[in-house]
Design a binder for this molecule. Structure first.
Ligand SMILES: *Cc1c(COP(=O)(O)O)cnc(C)c1O
Length: 397
């Protein structure tokens, strides 16, 4: 039984009620259906369900009631027709790309990607005869020049990790359409609240739900959203037969995460804006990159395609690696971790952790300097965060 899912409620309401599937017990909270299989009232009923003539669940690798609630709630939030929830963000990225390509196809992607996304494109695709090109995605002419008649999929992240550059999604979507290719947007950094890639013309959106959607350090998860036709023709069978699906327990955790997503993301973004301004005024800071500030190099694109700033800030300390390490080690509240989107504030030194596998040249190209830190702002009192940063900046000299 579903309720309150058809009307056009505002996002905060949909994130509490959307997709709810109540059992005959009428439970308030979404139930966790920890079952692999389902039983049928008769042989005829089993036959009808397998033929797709009657609705219902068959096997949890295909679909599960708790996972289905998470998928439906994500669809309502994103404005997508259909979705598949996956065990991690990488399972979502890999499935979204692999399910639609074959040998001889070409994939075009922006170079500034999460490391594992680069592995899928640069290392995995060529093993199966799929060609790829990586470009600086911030320049629209690079997409125009690199697109080919056999380009099947385009992939980008915006804002990017860790330098928070943005890509003009509507323009890239138009370039994809010119050859009938599909644009996949990894929307993790923007969150589903601040950027709607499908409305901008993208065909497929992927998330690591591990980040803001859980946002409380509890579980991994991911989701792929698109129109029903693309999912039926490309992802449906791939998903059933390769088994990247999300566990029902994690789906339940993520459903609870969605209920508080707007509260957390708005609060974290509000604090991030204050911290970005504080950092920008400090003499030890060479540069601050924050999508909510007027001095962001692509503020015009941000105004066009994002409705909010970010929970993340990138900043460059004048003293290079030595200063960055001294800064991290002096922090009392903010924790050193490569995760992001969490209720706990987390700091990363990309050059020596998340992006250490890039060559020196690759890092320079990506704008990742030795003094750069990426801060994911949490739910602590912003004044405690400012004081923490103030002390650490002194220690960084
Ligand atoms: C974390 C992340 C992923 C991978 O997600 P997992 O849940 O860790 O597998 C993919 N893309 C971006 C932008 C991410 O931040």
């Amino acid at each position: 039984m579903t309720k309150k899912t058809t009307r056009n409620f505002r996002p905060a309401t949909q994130l509490v009620h959307g997709g709810t599937l109540r059992s005959p017990f009428g439970e308030t909270s979404e139930a966790i259906f920890l079952t692999q299989g389902f039983v049928y009232d008769s042989a005829e009923a089993a036959e009808a369900r397998f033929k797709g003539e009657e609705p219902g669940f068959i096997y949890s690798r295909y679909a599960n009631p708790t996972t289905d609630m998470f998928e439906k709630r994500m669809c309502v939030l994103e404005g997508a027709e259909d979705a598949r929830a996956t065990a991690s963000g990488m399972a979502a990225v890999a499935a979204a790309i692999l399910c639609q390509v074959r040998a001889g196809d070409h994939v075009l992607a922006a170079r500034a990607l999460f490391g594992s996304c680069r592995y899928v494109i640069e290392t995995l695709l060529p093993k199966y005869g799929v060609d790829f090109t990586l470009i600086d995605g911030s320049k629209i002419e690079n997409w125009e020049q690199a697109i080919r008649p056999n380009t099947k999929a385009l992939f980008l992240e915006s804002p990017t990790n860790p330098t928070l550059e943005v890509v003009d999604i509507a323009k890239v979507a138009a370039i994809a359409n010119s050859v009938g290719a599909k644009l996949i947007v990894d929307n993790v950094f923007a969150t589903p609240l601040f950027q709607k890639p499908l409305e901008l013309g993208a065909h497929i959106v992927v998330y690591s739900a591990t980040k803001h959607i859980d946002g409380q350090g509890r579980c991994l998860g991911g989701v792929i959203l698109s129109d029903k036709e693309w999912i039926d023709e490309n992802l449906h069978d791939y998903f059933r037969h390769t088994g990247p699906g999300l566990s029902p327990f994690n789906a339940w955790t993520l459903l609870k995460g969605l209920e508080t997503l707007p509260l957390r993301v708005h609060q974290q973004t509000d604090s991030a804006g204050k911290l970005a301004d504080f950092l920008a005024e400090h003499p030890n800071v060479a540069r601050v990159i924050y999508p909510g500030r007027a001095d962001h190099p692509q503020a015009d694109i941000i105004a066009k395609q994002m409705s909010g700033g970010s929970t993340l800030i990138a900043f460059d300390l004048k003293g290079g690696k030595k200063a960055a390490f001294a800064f991290e080690n002096a922090l009392q509240v903010i924790l050193i971790s490569n995760n992001l989107g969490d209720s706990k504030s987390l700091i990363t030194h990309p050059a020596t952790t998340t992006h250490k596998n890039l060559s020196d040249e690759g890092r320079a190209e990506a704008g990742i300097t030795d003094g750069m830190l990426r801060l994911s702002v949490g739910l602590e009192d912003v004044n405690d965060l400012i004081e923490d940063i103030e002390v650490a900046l002194k220690a960084a000299g």
